[in-house]
Design a protein around this ligand. Structure first.
Ligand code: RFL
Ligand code: PHB
Length: 391
């Protein structure tokens, strides 16, 4: 097979990139390890920064997002078993965000990709990336037992945290930074009306989050030990624990019901630098992971793809590599900003195993300061809303 850009991974980063390139007349082929159905069934992110919403609109997948996404002007924070306050992002950062499920976004992207006739090869295995120090790299793989190869001009690794792309960089080039957290998030979906706002909660029993997908679909999370499995958490146990963590006036608004999805995710901060070597580029979770507390993972995948698509379009349309040469440093500036913010929110809101009474009181003191200080809220809002893209 022959194309201009070979993309490994058809999650949000890979599919959005393929679509933006297609819209600019640039050809790509995407290879994906899983089935289409598997990718569509993964329940993950739910919060889109306004900058990300605009990228999706520009890509031509804004219609359902605008019709069904729920626009929020801020988020609730609860702590100390009784305090609840609202952080007004519209007031402090002149921005809003959208609650819209990654599952729906992935459906929208695949639909647009089908309409555009962009080629995605699902169920590929043994992906190997070759010749990235040349202008003619290639991606070899097998599909249903048959060996195949894509010859191209650029390879983009959008293959998530466990994908092979970053290890195609020569030893000594890639630097990685990693921090794991001693707990996970147990998340459930239930067909019940959600709370009006998102509410993040610091409790002595551990972190909890009330989120949403649509008016009849709620998403809730509780911090849990890493050793736990979903079998340890019946629906009854989940709801019981969830309401114990929120202050009464929030807890009594929570409408419980059977879960339709339940999963546990570990929390990690990870960055791989640089995000380019030769003709290989990395985007999204392939290059960085953040704990979900700041809702930044999907949004960073979108900002990488925004920068990279602009760079490839400039390369092909203007025969100019200004943006390609700056892709890694530009993307990484935003990445480190979000890595820091997600780490800060995680540290502020979770209970750590070595936590003592003073640690709990220090978190509560910081939350009380956040509640009372306009400047502290403004600093948080600027980051939660998402920093602007660089020109
Ligand atoms: P993905 O979605 O992991 O897609 C990578 C794709 O690459 C494929 N792949 C391969 N393909 C071919 N060959 C191989 N060898 C391959 N290896 C892997 C995979 O099958 C997959 O299809 O990465 P991408 O596209 O960079 O997108 C990143 C986002 O999915 C991720 O950052 C977010 O889901 C993170 N996240 C959140 N982000 C937000 O911005 N807001 C949120 O509210 C939010 N909440 C969350 C989250 C992630 C969570 N979990 C489960 C980790 C909540 C949770 C619970
Ligand atoms: C979600 O709805 O899945 C969600 C919302 C906010 C977060 C993380 C996840 O910070």
């Amino acid at each position: 097979m022959l194309t201009q850009v070979a993309i490994v991974g058809a999650g949000p980063a890979g599919s959005l990139l393929a679509l933006l390139l297609h819209n600019a007349g640039i050809e790509s082929i995407v290879v994906e390890r899983q089935t289409r159905q598997h990718v569509l069934s993964r329940v993950r992110a739910g919060v889109l920064e306004w900058g990300a919403v605009e990228v999706f609109r520009r890509a031509g997948v804004g219609a359902r997002l605008d019709a069904e996404g729920h626009v929020h002007s801020g988020t609730g924070i609860a702590f100390g078993g009784e305090h609840v306050f609202f952080v007004d992002i519209e007031r402090h950062a002149n921005s809003r965000f959208m609650a819209y499920g990654q599952t729906m976004l992935q459906e929208d992207l695949y639909l647009a990709i089908d309409q555009a006739n962009v080629q995605i090869e699902f169920e590929v295995d043994h992906v190997a990336i070759h010749d990235i120090t040349t202008a003619a790299p290639s991606v070899a793989f097998t599909q249903h037992g048959e060996s195949k190869r894509i010859d191209c001009q650029f390879v983009v690794g959008c293959d998530g945290f466990h994908g092979p792309a970053k290890s195609a960089m020569p030893a000594g080039v890639l630097r990685t930074y990693e921090k794991t957290y001693p707990f996970g998030w147990l998340g459930i979906l239930s067909e019940t009306p959600p709370l009006e706002q998102l509410v993040y909660c610091n409790s002595e029993r551990g972190f909890a989050l009330a989120s949403q997908r649509n008016p009849m679909l709620s998403r809730y999370y509780v911090q849990c030990p890493l050793e736990d499995s979903v079998d340890d958490w019946s629906d009854d146990r989940f709801w019981h624990e969830l309401v114990l963590r929120f202050p009464d006036r929030i807890a009594k608004q929570i409408i419980t019901g059977p879960s339709i999805d339940k999963s546990i995710a570990p929390l990690r901060s990870f960055v791989a630098e640089p995000m380019r070597f030769g003709t290989l580029f990395l985007a999204g979770d392939a290059a960085h992971i953040v704990p979900p507390t700041g809702a930044k993972g999907l949004n960073l995948a979108v900002s990488d793809v925004h920068y990279l698509s602009r760079a490839l379009i400039q390369h092909y349309h203007d025969r100019h590599d200004h943006y390609l040469d700056r892709y890694s440093e530009m993307a990484l500036r935003r990445v480190w900003g979000s890595v820091r913010f997600s780490w800060w929110m995680t540290s502020l809101l979770h209970r750590f195993p070595d936590h003592t009474e003073i640690d709990q009181r220090l978190q509560e003191a910081e939350l009380a300061y956040l509640q009372s200080s306009d400047s502290a809220q403004a600093a948080m809002c600027e980051q939660y809303a998402g920093l602007p893209f660089e020109d």
